[in-house]
Design a protein around this ligand. Structure first.
Ligand code: NAG
Ligand code: NAG
Ligand code: NAG
Ligand code: NAG
Ligand code: NAG
Ligand code: NAG
Ligand code: NAG
Ligand code: NAG
Ligand code: NAG
Length: 575
């Protein structure tokens, strides 16, 4: 499948520093027992040069030296990459046993000493996959061509944490079922539109099914939150914005009925709008794209007939035809619990309240001076109640609800020299099993972006980002729940001149993490240009030796080429 070079091309002037720049995304360290016996195995090592359509495919065998296979207390992945040269950011899809277990993207490299980054990801909830040998695929479609020479030298390790009396084996599903393309020669995410559908046949003794969705916009959907409603797109100068509006809903359908949805978080890749805002600190979740948690246990009475059922994923807009532009990459997975009796599950769906699409509204005004303001809003409520009777006779009364709301206001002012967007998406997923919370996904994703292009040419601009992620998740009763509060403030300047392109940026970040096992972590870290000027980590997950505070580097004369922007003030055009 085609993976468009995501964004801006960033090439740094050769700098004298011998050490590569350390890029990172703010995130909590995996909440795994550091005092447990650990076994680290290399899953793959690959330099992604011209790797378009040529993923790394390896066979994985579980280690046997950290206790019985599958008895581990936890599993983490370490993806460490170096790169130098000039290159776009790229999407990385980690597929194991046909399940997409991680979606990442790459920071844009610099010439000279280049960059290095490490991201540690907790993959304990995929333990049922890691307990069996299978095929591991990393698709990282990179291109080498004139002006693009950055390669990604990548190493992926997995660390298995042995269980003990002190650290019990991690609870796990009985099986994990992919809702993916099931391809054996590429990443298993599907491109939509059109809607993606797959037949899934579950064991007849299935009693609980928890779903996860992954989705990210690509191409004309990369800056989906800046796309303008069709009703007003014609009021803007031609080419200012893509149509189909800024609202996006990711839907999971089972046999054509909406089982649950998500109003997604806006991931900004490192070439996004103003690359200098995202180096060395990437936009939040650029290295670990978020997934969304649903409980589809209410569908169990329909799914335990031993027959294939049609699971579908799509992404829809607030337009009357729900159309979006090309394209989003989506995938899903099901964490399945079966009854030990082995006998078929029975039961009944008693209540289904839900509509195929969210309720939406689009309003706006067009000034005599050409100013255009557009607001798109959406709300969505779902309620599904079922009674599920396991083969061993246990009765589970399940109540699944979702309440989501969304608002996006775009302002195109001063002949589009000013382009602002203010968006917020909130969601509350709740599922009760016999009155006990079983799945929770409560989120608030406010985002403000102000772009100011400087007259008369618009060849330079300031970009301000105020982006937050506040989220409480309990992916299932047996997977660790947590609350994250993250806030990122970034400012950047970009200028295109005959002498080359220049830019600078600042980024201030605060993260707070707490989970149901009592792990805590906080980090406050600020960057000015490429230097870390303030850094503090606290909480019981913080590394013992904190990073030292640095001094601001002098404004770097970065040689920035063709950033991609949502509006027509795209300096030098887009990809
Ligand atoms: C991650 O892997 C890199 C090598 O690929 C290694 O240098 C680094 O120490 C590892 N980090 C952790 C926390 O294990
Ligand atoms: C730059 O990248 C090239 C190609 O991947 C590699 O051969 C070279 O060693 C790298 N140089 C540095 C300084 O990392
Ligand atoms: C991959 O799938 C294709 C067709 O689905 C099949 O012909 C091929 O043998 C498979 N390759 C492997 C390595 O399993
Ligand atoms: C699912 O299976 C049915 C037959 O049981 C078939 O008609 C249908 O085309 C299949 N759908 C997909 C998406 O493979
Ligand atoms: C599966 O459901 C989707 C969504 O309703 C629908 O578009 C598709 O045609 C269905 N596929 C089959 C084989 O019924
Ligand atoms: C658009 O919004 C801006 C900022 O809120 C306001 O100053 C301007 O008057 C509005 N213009 C129109 C046409 O609504
Ligand atoms: C936008 O227009 C107003 C009123 O004409 C002016 O005061 C302001 O400086 C302009 N801003 C930019 C960035 O052009
Ligand atoms: C970012 O943090 C620095 C201190 O590290 C502070 O001086 C600056 O005002 C902060 N910027 C914003 C926008 O909060
Ligand atoms: C970035 O450059 C702009 C324009 O020259 C300047 O106003 C701003 O202070 C610079 N910011 C930093 C952090 O260097």
């Amino acid at each position: 499948m085609l993976r468009l070079p995501a964004l801006t091309l960033l090439a740094a002037a050769v700098c004298a520093a011998a050490q590569p720049l350390v890029d990172f995304q703010v995130a909590q360290p995996p909440p795994l027992p550091q005092d447990a016996k650990q076994c680290t195995v290399q899953i793959l090592q690959r330099t992604f040069g011209f790797s378009f359509g040529d993923p790394e495919i390896v066979q994985f065998t579980p280690p046997t030296d950290c206790g019985p296979v599958g008895s581990w207390a936890g599993i983490s992945l370490n993806f460490t990459v170096t790169s130098n040269g000039t290159q776009f950011d790229r999407l990385g899809i980690f597929t194991f046993q046909n399940v997409e277990i991680w979606r990442t993207s790459t920071p844009e490299p610099t010439t000279g000493a280049g960059i290095i980054w490490t991201y540690l990801k907790d993959v304990t909830r995929f333990l049922p996959l890691f307990a069996k040998p299978g095929t591991f695929i990393l698709q990282l479609d990179n291109l080498l061509e004139t002006g693009l020479d950055g390669q990604y030298a990548s190493t992926l390790h997995a660390t298995f944490f042995a269980s003990s009396a002190q650290h019990p084996p991690a609870p796990r599903a009985d099986l994990i079922v992919p809702v993916t393309t099931l391809a054996n020669d590429t990443g298993n995410d599907a491109s939509v539109p059109p809607i993606f559908s797959l037949n899934v046949t579950l064991p007849r003794n299935t009693v609980e099914v928890y779903a996860e969705l992954l989705a990210s916009g690509n191409g004309d959907e990369e800056f989906w939150y800046f796309n303008t409603a069709n009703q007003f797109v014609g009021d803007l100068p031609a080419g200012t914005s893509f149509g189909n509006g800024p609202f996006r809903e990711v839907r999971l359908l089972i046999d054509g009925t909406v089982a649950g949805t998500a109003f997604p978080y806006a991931v900004i890749f490192t070439g996004g709008i103003a690359p200098t805002a995202w180096r060395p600190i990437t936009s939040y979740r650029a290295l670990d794209l978020p997934n969304y948690f649903l409980d589809v246990t209410p569908f169990v009475p329909l799914l335990t007939d031993g027959q294939p059922h049609n699971f579908s994923l799509d992404v829809v807009s607030a337009e009357s035809d729900h159309a979006i532009n090309q394209n989003w990459f989506v995938s899903g997975l099901l964490q399945v619990v079966t009854d030990p009796s082995g006998k078929p599950t029975t039961g009944k769906m008693n209540v289904y309240q839900g509509a195929p699409f969210a309720q939406t509204s689009t309003t706006g005004s067009v000034g005599a001076n050409g100013d255009v303001n557009v607001t798109v809003k959406a709300t969505r409520n779902i309620r599904i109640e079922s009674t599920i009777v396991s083969g061993s006779g246990k009765v589970n009364n399940v109540v699944f609800t979702q309440a989501l709301s969304y608002s996006n206001t775009q302002s195109f002012l001063n002949d589009t020299f000013i382009q602002n967007v203010q968006q917020t998406a909130t969601g509350a997923v709740s599922s009760l099993h016999n009155g006990v919370p079983s799945t929770i996904d409560t989120y608030s994703f406010p985002l403000t972006i102000d772009l100011t292009f400087l007259p008369p040419t618009g060849n330079s601009f300031f970009a301000d980002f105020d982006h937050s992620y506040t989220r409480t998740v309990l992916p299932s009763p047996f997977i660790l729940g947590s609350t994250i509060q993250e806030h990122q403030l970034a400012h950047a300047f970009f200028e295109e001149t005959a002498q080359g392109n220049f830019g600078n940026g600042t980024s201030n970040n605060t993260l707070n993490y707490v989970d149901l096992q009592g792990h805590t972590y906080d980090r406050e870290v600020n960057a000015v240009n490429t230097a870390i000027v303030f850094d503090h980590q606290g909480g019981n997950l913080a590394p013992v030796a904190n990073r030292k505070s640095g001094v601001p580097a002098s404004p770097t004369k970065l040689n920035l080429v063709k950033p991609r922007l949502p509006g027509r003030r795209t300096v030098g055009g887009g990809q």
